[in-house]
Design a protein around this ligand. Structure first.
Ligand code: FPP
Length: 266
């Protein structure tokens, strides 16, 4: 856990301090649970929505920096299928955010060669949100750089149920049986299935605000992801903290169930 130490005015990784290396591997796909907007606002005696607005500014900063560092896919959890339970005023605000974000930021995203994608049950979003999403996807569709993938009205268990239904349909239509179902087939039918196979699963998952849970996000896709938790609230997350998260990733020993030294696996 990356914790803030007020005496030092510094975030310190409890497991040790790591240096970010430009030469070291940068995760190809980073997923983020952007948590802590409400607390950020409450700490300043502001309404919760002020935290979401500031959180949107962090999204801009982190998108640009991730793209600069060579990340190929940045998946951001912007609204979960459970978030409808929040007060109407807050839900309305969260549904307006993508409209404001895309309207203001798409020209810059085009300049940065970033392509927008939105995964989730879009059909349940209000019309103005759906229109803004469709516009942003269209305006950035020819960009060949980083994919900025928003999870909007997304829930991982619902996603898995939808994928299973599609797989079942495919089996019926091709006259096959259960034996034709494998991991690759399921992965293709998940909402990350639009990505090339090698980019579908995040290598690094970051969660801000000190909570250490997954909250129904990418349950299948994070099977081998490195997890990084920080107590920074999302509006306080910045370029330096992104680099610290990546530095931590660079210092992990990724084994995928094998042994430490690749030679030992032979
Ligand atoms: C969780 O913080 C955050 C959300 C539910 C919304 C995340 C949305 C943004 C960061 C803005 C997204 C921007 C775009 C462009 C769509 P919380 O409200 O649960 O915080 P709390 O746990 O402190 O209450």
């Amino acid at each position: 856990m990356l914790r803030f130490f007020p005496q030092k005015n510094k975030y310190i990784q409890e497991e040790g301090e790591f240096e970010f290396s430009q030469e070291g591997p940068v995760p190809k796909h980073i997923a983020v649970i952007m948590d802590g907007n409400g607390r950020w606002a409450q700490n300043r005696r502001l309404p919760r929505v002020a935290g979401h607005k500031e959180g949107m500014e962090t999204v801009k900063k982190i998108t640009k920096h991730a793209s600069k560092l060579g990340v190929k896919v940045l998946t951001l959890y912007a609204f979960s299928t459970e978030n409808w339970k929040r007060p109407t005023e807050e839900v309305d605000f969260l549904m307006q955010l993508p409209v404001d974000f895309f309207d203001a930021f798409v020209p810059e995203l085009v300049k940065e060669n970033v392509r927008i994608h939105v995964m989730g049950y879009k059909e349940f979003l209000p019309a103005h949100t759906q229109d803004a999403v469709a516009r942003a996807i269209e305006q950035t569709k020819d960009n060949t750089g980083m994919v900025l993938n928003f999870a909007l009205n997304y829930g991982s268990r619902a996603e898995i149920v939808s994928a299973v239904k599609e797989v079942y349909q495919e089996v019926l239509e091709t006259g096959g049986d259960g034996d034709m179902i494998d991991e690759a087939m399921i992965s293709k039918h998940l909402m990350t299935g639009f990505l090339p196979e090698e980019l579908r699963d995040p290598e690094l998952l970051i969660r801000t605000s000190g909570e250490e849970r997954i909250s129904n996000f990418l349950l299948w896709q994070i099977a081998y992801s490195e997890l990084f938790f920080t107590d920074a609230l999302w509006p306080d997350f910045n370029e330096e903290l992104l680099e610290i998260s990546i530095a931590s990733f660079q210092n992990r020993d990724r084994r995928f169930g094998g042994l430490k030294n690749k030679e030992e696996n032979k």
